[in-house]
Design a protein around this ligand. Sequence first.
Ligand SMILES: Nc1ncnc2c1ncn2[C@@H]1O[C@H](COP(=O)(O)OP(=O)(O)O)[C@@H](O)[C@H]1O
Ligand SMILES: [Mg+2]
Length: 363
Amino acid sequence: MPSASCQGVWRGKAAHKNPSTVHAWAGYVPTSSGSRAGSPGLGEAMRKLVRGSFPNKPWKKLKSMVHWSPCVVSFRKRCPWVQLTGHAGNFKAGDLGHVLKKYCSNEQQCLERLGGDALQPYVPAYYGMVQHEGECYIQMEDLLSGFDNPSVLDCKMGARTYLEEELQKARQQPHLRRDMYDKMVAVDPCAPTPEEHAQRGVLKPRYMQWRESLSSTSTLGFRIEGIKRASGTCSTSFKKTRQPEQVVEAFWDFLDRDRHLLMSYLGQLQEVRAALEQSEFFKAHEVVGSSLLFVHDKTGLARVWMIDFGKTVPLPEKQTLTHRLPWVEGNHEDGYLWGLENLMAILQSMLGKQASPLDTSPT
Ligand SMILES: Nc1ncnc2c1ncn2[C@@H]1O[C@H](COP(=O)(O)OP(=O)(O)O)[C@@H](O)[C@H]1O
Ligand SMILES: [Mg+2]
């Protein structure tokens, strides 16, 4: 197993003033990547809109942005590398244009299998595993390279964020989580049942189901996890973003109200959907907890990628999924395509085109 070379890697120590804000590193811009101009004109049915409103918390300045110094003086442009969501400490800067993510066998196997699949253009390139300071990492393409001070949005796809096997495990070995109970109470003190209050703990699947019902995961099949804008403002306060109108507002903010960017993203989402329909990998996997990462900058360059395959698992032999049907335990349906089409319909509605109602039926 090769070792991660430190040459050309940004180095430095995080100056976290506020650990509750997002984790961010500064990296650098190495490669150029071409814009795929998106074509609008989705023939998607715009489906029934859900009523209600949950205001987002105000935007936070990206306080934990870390400024690194390149250990090799580079002629390349400097650009912040941002880990918008996910587990703190999961990522390290890699060689030029690469990032290192803590090893997870599911994810590593997925990235390997995705090489040569129809989805390959829409996932980070995989460069094998490396050892770094005694730990094993997956080395992959830094999707922010090639962008100049990018805006980034992480959208978690699917109608469910836990695997069937997690449910089974929780049943076999029930383990009360105090941290999850505390998070629940912080959002809604009435959310835990009297029993959960008495135990001061909740089971993980219960917490995840509750989070799904709070956000648009269960009603729309996706949820916004975090947004970082070019201005440096950043928000991960989308736990209660549930209604299409709230999603629309979050996207307009992210896009700085730029319709051309919106059209570009819509065109790319069409391409991603077409690739998903073709993909042998997608047919044979339950895709849970994976995100679409939207990245653009002020030059108009905009790209969408699929990331995070830590909870993407092969289906039992000979089983395939529609990725659209409602989930019933045992059928492994993940609602990925249902969510993607709802997302596309919402983005399409932002262009002011005629729309029919969203399909909120699966869950
Ligand atoms: N290949 C990549 N290039 C650039 N940014 C990435 C890449 N992979 C992940 N990120 C950033 O890190 C965040 C968390 O990544 P993710 O793979 O979802 O981690 P986790 O498994 O901890 O949820 C994303 O929201 C995104 O901001
Ligand atoms: Mg993630």
